[in-house]
Write a protein that binds this ligand. Sequence first.
Ligand code: SF4
Ligand code: SF4
Length: 213
Amino acid sequence: MKLFDHIKAYFLNIYEAVATISMGMWITFKTAFFERKVTLQYPSHDIIEGKPKDASITTQGNLNPPFEALLGASQQNYKGPLNTQLPERYRGLLGYDEPSCISCLLCALNCPIDVIRVKGVKIEGRKGKAPTTFRIDYSKCMFCGLCVEVCPTDAVFFTRQFEGATFDYRTLIREFISPELSLERMQLAEEAKKHAEKEKKKREDKETPEVGD
Ligand code: SF4
Ligand code: SF4
């Protein structure tokens, strides 16, 4: 009986070894011949969209979104882009809502490492000042949240976008106001200033008594 147990265990071991090796080889075979292979050119490509970040880089092959599904997650388990699965309070890259901004400079003044640069001008029809420059240097930001806390209009806020890797750090400096819009606002402000000066001069002239009166 003891001898039979030994023989049984011997053949069971052989069976288990063959079964586990076959399973491993089947996975290798399946992956090599039947699964789609995706080369992710990171960080040249956006991992969420699968699109090249730089217009000069072309996407090779047919990388249809959802890109992450192609990276390994099966279609059934795919829950949407990674950034949408992050908690609401996640501190990702800073976002900016230009129409809400009043150019009060509080965010820039409270940032401990000069990440934000803001300039603004007073123009008609706009509450506070209209921004002519709003720049964020993402390469310096430490996500402390001071700017978000002090902003009175929630114009600056945390997004859930975490993907900012790049080969060129200069691309991490983002200008939110286009040069054209900035110029247009500065011209409007200049015209408004000249108009106000003229009006002031007119008023002063009226108030100044004529010589001999
Ligand atoms: S999160 Fe902190 S470091 Fe980043 S811009 Fe705001 S205040 Fe500056
Ligand atoms: S604190 Fe808010 S409203 Fe003020 S300049 Fe910054 S983003 Fe604009």
